[in-house]
Design a protein around this ligand. Structure first.
Ligand SMILES: *Cc1c(COP(=O)(O)O)cnc(C)c1O
Length: 358
């Protein structure tokens, strides 16, 4: 702490992302990165980018990317907002919409960045518990609120809500905004982008970090009613005129063009996820049904912290949250089939593991 810190920053508890170790030879299954490289076209666009252009500022409106997203999702361009990763889009969203007299409602277990933003912007919020099976019960969200946010599929649980339930929520929650964070939607859930065409009270946020293998490029976006997008633009233009650099725009536009590669890699991850889930179940894990690129699983007898430490000692990194209620669970990102085989083999060698036969 320094005497130069303002009072407000002394109170902050920043988000702690999963470890990005500097050593090689680790099987990294702790931050939900995609094990496959970005689309060949995206790599090509970045390699062949005319670097001398970097002398100039990037397009403050990121028009090429907005147009590409509008075409891809079949919406008008004025329904698209882009930012430096969906974390930035979320930060601007909280600032633009959630500073309200009534509290923001969100699940007790969800992306842990949300309450960090609440503290940053001094937003009052209320956490609503999940059901015992870790699903979100949207009936709990029938109360006066200054907004609602959840991830769908949710993180770190992996469970997805059906669109009909989200639509019912939008029907009855007309006076405040519902934000659906769809960071993992491409791994098997249904997107609320379709609902955003008919409802002006929903904002859908997605990212290129997970399903498009571009976590390092930092590109996220939001789709919703033009007046919501306008609100985000007002905040963005009061904060940073050029959140997306030229390379991020070129790479993400090219990634959107390769639909076959996108389908192939997301399919591979879904297949590997289902294989891994069945292997874990044979070892005595309870695995939450997942529509994401990770599994949330707890072993019946061996504690989560113990397993995380054991795997770490064998150079396999998984995520463990020491939060009560989920502290027995591991969040395991889906890697390549080879990486998941290694995870399973390593777990089988744990001294207390009993493996059931097929
Ligand atoms: C990974 C993740 C994000 C952040 O994605 P970036 O675009 O890389 O900032 C947002 N929300 C959830 C739920 C995530 O898991």
């Amino acid at each position: 702490m320094s005497k130069y810190w303002s009072e407000a920053i002394k109170e902050l508890t920043p988000y702690v992302p999963g470890e990005q170790p500097k050593v090689d030879n680790l099987v990294k299954l702790n931050t939900n990165e995609n094990p496959y490289p970005p689309a060949p076209g995206a790599i090509k666009a970045l390699r062949e980018f005319p670097m001398e252009r970097l002398r100039l500022y990037s397009d403050p409106d990121s028009s090429a990317l907005k147009q590409a997203l509008a075409d891809y999702y079949g919406v008008e361009r004025n329904r698209v907002f882009v930012g430096n990763g969906s974390d930035e889009v979320l930060a601007l969203t909280f600032m633009a919409f959630f500073r309200q007299p009534e509290p923001l409602l969100m699940p007790e277990t969800t992306y842990s960045f949300y309450d960090v933003y609440c503290k940053l912007y001094d937003i009052d919020y209320q956490l609503l518990p999940l059901r015992d099976d870790f699903s979100i019960d949207l009936n709990d969200y029938r109360q006066p609120n200054g907004g609602i946010i959840f991830a769908n599929p949710n993180a770190p649980t992996g469970r997805a809500l059906p669109l009909a339930e989200i639509e019912a929520l939008l029907e009855r929650n007309r006076d405040s905004l519902v934000v659906v964070d769809e960071a993992y939607v491409d791994f098997g859930a249904d997107s609320a982008i379709e609902l955003s065409r008919r409802y002006d009270n929903v904002l859908v946020i997605q990212t290129f970090s997970k399903s498009r293998s571009l976590a390092g490029l930092r590109v996220g976006f939001a789709i919703g009613h033009p007046e919501l997008i306008d609100g985000l633009e007002r905040v963005k233009n009061s904060f940073n005129s050029y959140p997306l650099d030229m390379l991020a725009i070129a790479g993400s536009v090219a990634a959107l063009e390769d639909e076959a590669y996108f389908q192939q890699t997301t399919r591979a991850i879904i297949d590997t996820r289902e294989w891994t889930a069945s292997q874990l179940e044979k070892m005595g894990f309870k695995v939450v049904p997942s529509k994401t690129n990770f599994l949330f699983a707890a072993h019946r007898y061996i504690e989560g912290a113990e397993l995380m430490g054991y795997l770490r000692s064998k150079n396999v990194l998984v995520r463990h949250f020491s939060k009560p209620g989920i502290d027995n669970h591991l969040r395991i990102s889906i890697g390549t089939p080879e990486e998941m085989q290694l995870l399973i083999d390593t777990l089988k060698q744990h001294p207390d593991m009993v493996v059931l036969d097929d």
